[in-house]
Design a protein around this ligand. Structure first.
Ligand code: NHR
Ligand code: GAR
Length: 217
């Protein structure tokens, strides 16, 4: 009998090019996208999911009285779907502690900077304005510390002379589309876990000094 694939839910807010990369790689991988949830009704990623017959849901944060209520509705929806992993792919709402605790060690995020540099938003402009020669992407477990959960993998890109945030973002996105499916498949195979707030790959702690090398694996 075939081994069942790891069931993942992808949370999006926008274009969903990372979702597309996950959809494309899942065809020949060990994970299956069982639902896509957006907090924005107009997110283009919803069309991408529909095109693949993946069930979609919209949980529009503007229709909730408070962050706590939005968080609870999102968590209840995710729990009904019962995925093994939740993947944030361009998801733009900060998740509260109660959401994070309910799915502890089972939420991944991709962030467009070399964390711990530039948490939050507007990362490409901030990298250029700081005069950095290198920029990139990080994948990490989500904890209640915003963009501060344990790092799993990073990939670098050069910042070029006269770069624009748009050009730099496109260069970073190319790397995102490679690194994210790889990390999700590590989790799906049971190689990747979060333990005591550390990311573990093959039972070894991932340190900031080797997450760049890990992503070559
Ligand atoms: N939630 C927790 N608890 N921890 C993380 O590490 C999270 C998270 C939710 C999303 C993605 C993150 C990123 O990679 C992410 C990581 C949104 C904001 C933000 O300021 C910041 C970081 C990230 C996502 N959001 C505003 C808010 O009030 C809204 C901004 C908007 O709608 O454009 O939630 O960058
Ligand atoms: C990606 O660059 C992702 O890393 C970033 O938004 C873009 C989404 O693109 N995520 C964040 O900034 C999270 N706050 P996509 O919708 O085409 O995947």
């Amino acid at each position: 009998m075939e081994t069942p694939r790891c069931r993942i839910v992808v949370l999006i807010s926008g274009n969903g090019s990372n979702l597309q990369a996950l959809i494309d790689s899942s065809r020949a991988s060990n994970f299956k996208i069982v639902a896509v949830i957006s907090n924005k009704p107009e997110a283009y990623g919803l069309q991408r999911a529909k095109h693949e017959d993946i069930p979609t849901q919209i949980i529009d944060h503007t229709t909730f009285e408070s962050r706590t209520k939005f968080d609870k509705a999102l968590a209840d929806t995710v729990e009904d779907i019962n995925p093994e992993l939740i993947v944030l792919a361009g998801f733009m709402r900060i998740l509260g502690n109660s959401f994070v605790m309910r799915f502890k060690g089972r939420i991944l995020n991709i962030h467009p900077s070399l964390l711990p540099k530039f948490p939050g938003t507007n990362t490409h402009k901030r990298a250029i304005d700081s005069g950095d020669k290198e920029h990139g992407v990080s994948v990490h477990f989500v904890t209640s510390e915003l963009d501060g959960g344990p790092l799993i993998a990073q990939e670098k890109v050069p910042v070029l002379k006269d770069d624009t945030p748009q050009a730099l973002a496109a260069r970073v996105l190319e790397k995102e589309h490679i690194i994210y499916p790889k990390v999700v498949s590590w989790f799906a195979s049971g190689r990747l876990k979060m333990k005591n707030n550390d990311a573990m790959l093959d039972d070894e702690k991932l340190l900031l000094s080797n997450v760049l090398i890990q992503s070559q694996k």
